[in-house]
Design a protein around this ligand. Sequence first.
Ligand code: ZN
Length: 316
Amino acid sequence: MGVEGIQGLHHVTALAGDPRGNLGFYREVLGLRLVKRTVNFDDPGAYHLYYGDALGRPGTLLTFFLWPGGTRGRVGAGQVMALALTIPEASIGYWQERLQAYGVVVERIAPRFQEEEVVLGFRDPDGLALELATHPRAGERPGWPDGPVPPAHAIRGLHAVTLLETVAELTLRFLIEEMGFRVERAEGDRIRLKIGPGGPGAWVDLHVDPRASRGRVAVGTVHHVAWRVRDVAEQQAWRARLQARGFHVTPVMDRKYFRSIYFREPGGVLFEIATDPPGFTVDEPPERLGTGLMLPDWLEPQRGEIERALPPLEGS
Ligand code: ZN
């Protein structure tokens, strides 16, 4: 390849409507830690909320741009059709009961891949398609042990994203030849690819449906999928490589908690390559993560104005 390999999923970013509904669902119901409250750096009038494990480690991060009152999107070809999070094998019953107790409709409980993975499908308050998927080695990641979910059942991080594509070939070739993925298995209309050794957080699934129409990226859909690299030098190498192969790649953007480059895979899904460092403790100590509105230095002069414009996140 000439460049160091991708390490797995870094984060997935989706679009949500009501900020309080989003916080209530991901922190109280799913038991993820709110590790950062900030604004969309490209649109400072809107919240950007980051959820993850105790420290917001890459591979556990689910992030949202909040668009109160925004129109709902629709999943179509060239978009993420489902986002899976890992849970322990013994936790399916716990989660089924927990979701039902909170009035969340469980749409599906089904085995996948010769019953090696059991999947519980449901939606967030904005209609985003989520899955909880079991794995025998789920316990290797800690999740957020101090959250409202007992540590034995806590969500452990990102599991896989499923991309909806009308044709498999272009995306498959891109993932394999340009990004270093390998096909792990296929079942029905699903092809699972792994990066590096694979496993939870290092998978992408392709769901191929030749009849799928184009959708619309808006509230309740995934905006982009970010992949991990170890540092800025590796990111630069990836940027140079993708550019040399004719892909449109953005300049490196400073997201404060990581650095980012963006490009689209041939099917249309927006991809990002993000660095592991510096991480979420760069501006708040571990015990205070997610408690204050954090802004990048260049937005600090506008803090008063930004705070007045944002809707309240907590309290009455
Ligand atoms: Zn991102």
